[in-house]
Design a protein around this ligand. Structure first.
Ligand SMILES: [Zn+2]
Length: 80
């Protein structure tokens, strides 16, 4: 099971009332900080690799090196 799925299940179990992205920030901070987390999100730009999350504001494609920000469990936006 992937880390993202684990995080999502933790969120459901904890009856989190906030935004999923906020839970992920909390989760990343306390459980998986400084660890590269593979996600199931295909890079929207090159569609060659799935993105790797370093933290919710630092999600990268290992193929084209594009950086994204995570805004939801399966959604990213381009980082400016
Ligand atoms: Zn890419």
């Amino acid at each position: 099971m992937g880390k993202m799925k684990e995080a999502f299940m933790e969120m459901e179990e904890s009856s989190w009332k906030g935004k999923p992205s906020d839970f992920l920030k909390y989760y990343v901070k306390y459980y998986i900080e400084n660890e590269a987390v593979p996600t199931d999100i295909l890079c929207p730009k090159c569609k060659r690799s799935k993105l790797t999350m370093y933290n919710t504001d630092d999600v990268k494609c290992e193929s084209c090196r594009t950086a994204y920000t995570l805004i939801d469990i399966n959604t990213v936006k381009f980082k400016n």
